[in-house]
Design a protein around this ligand. Structure first.
Ligand SMILES: [Mg+2]
Length: 365
């Protein structure tokens, strides 16, 4: 069996109202879909994304560098093909981020194809560890007024979400404290409360702020400092009295391994698209498992549900309504949390059905 064709399409999805955090304002997403078509006509579909209008580079890299190397290959050798593609283009691009992000749609499509051929859903192909995974409510924008923040928090809690995560990192610590105090009061002492600082602070400022926030009994503090400052995360882990979550800004298994070896992170947030698809995500999950670290992936909930149900250490899936695909209307069969729990589709492959007609007006290339 051979791969006959790879087709790609790039879309720009406007985000209304968008999302603001301490380091960026997100108003649109580039969505790239890839179809990997086998000689017998069966196909798998995969996708990747980037925030803002950086999609044309992704499409160019896939069409000119990756697709020609995939055509003619046997689609059943998924891991080998991932390694082949990585090692064939990384030395040219020499950017781990772009290389990983453009590999994701092809790898996801190959797993989808494998699931369809086997007649089995992706999470069962990956190991089938569980058939449900808790969801936490996320987004809770930094620009929100305290009233808006409380409205959304109460909406999540009213639907029995496992917990909530709010954006922090306002200019003055006192502002963050006031918002956290209001949220903690609204959700009560026992609901898990996470905070995300989106890489805003220095190590010193993170220490000061984390100490002040101890009174809120946070479940985790996410990305307090620059993602690449692994030494800083290690220092924070030894210093602050709160668990650290990170990984959405990492792209290679080796980067995760470095974090694990340093004892620098307690919750692992590998993003399936940013690490290059299902294959590397599962490698990272297994590395994390050896360090007894749970996986709480960043975004991509439509796929993260399968990954967290397939991996032994799948822990928690993020539901971020303003930034995910499930709430855009471009997926015909969105899997949304019910009573705060995600249940993966039992359709063969990942089961995600894109509404190509609805997407067409937003196609860029
Ligand atoms: Mg984050």
């Amino acid at each position: 069996m051979q791969i006959e064709k790879v087709e790609t399409a790039l879309y720009r999805i406007q985000r209304q109202p968008g999302l603001s955090n301490s380091s960026s304002q997100i108003e649109s997403t580039s969505l790239l879909l890839a179809r990997v078509i086998a000689a017998d006509g069966q196909e798998g579909i995969g996708w990747t994304y980037s925030h803002g209008d950086s999609g044309r580079g992704m499409k160019e890299a896939i069409d000119t560098l990756l697709a020609p190397r995939l055509v003619g290959e046997d689609p059943r050798y998924i891991e080998r093909l991932w390694d082949k593609l990585w090692h064939s283009i990384f030395p040219n691009i020499t950017m781990a981020g772009l290389t990983a992000v453009v590999l994701a749609p092809l790898d996801i499509a190959l797993w989808d194809l494998a699931g369809k051929r086997a007649g089995r859903p992706l999470f069962r192909l990956l190991g089938g560890y569980r058939d449900r995974v808790p969801a936490y409510g996320s987004g809770l924008d930094l620009a929100y007024s305290t009233e808006e923040l409380l409205d959304e928090v109460e909406n999540f809690i009213g639907q029995d979400y496992w917990g909530v995560k709010i954006k922090i990192g306002r200019e003055r610590l006192a502002e963050d404290m006031e918002r956290l105090r209001a949220v903690r009061q609204a959700i009560g002492p026992h609901t898990p409360l996470m905070v995300d600082a989106n890489q805003r602070w220095s190590v010193g400022e993170a220490i000061t702020r984390a100490r002040a926030m101890e009174e809120f009994n946070l479940f985790w503090l996410e990305e307090p400092i620059l993602a690449e400052d692994h030494a800083g995360y290690a220092r924070l882990s030894r210093t602050v009295n709160v668990a650290l979550a990170a990984g959405e800004g990492e792209h290679q298994a080796e980067q995760f391994l470095d974090l694990f070896q340093r004892g620098a992170v307690q919750f692992v947030q590998a993003d399936a698209c940013r690490v290059g698809g299902v294959t590397p995500w599962m490698r990272i999950a297994r590395l994390a498992d050896a360090y007894h670290l749970p996986m709480a992936p960043h975004l991509v909930e439509e796929l993260s549900v399968h990954l967290c149900c397939g991996a032994s250490n799948g822990f928690l899936v993020e539901h971020l309504p303003t930034l995910n695909l499930n709430n855009t209307g471009f997926i015909l069969n969105p899997v949304l949390p019910r009573q705060g729990v995600f249940t993966p589709l039992e359709d063969p492959g990942h089961g995600v059905q894109f509404d190509f007609a609805a997407l067409e007006p937003f196609r860029l290339a």
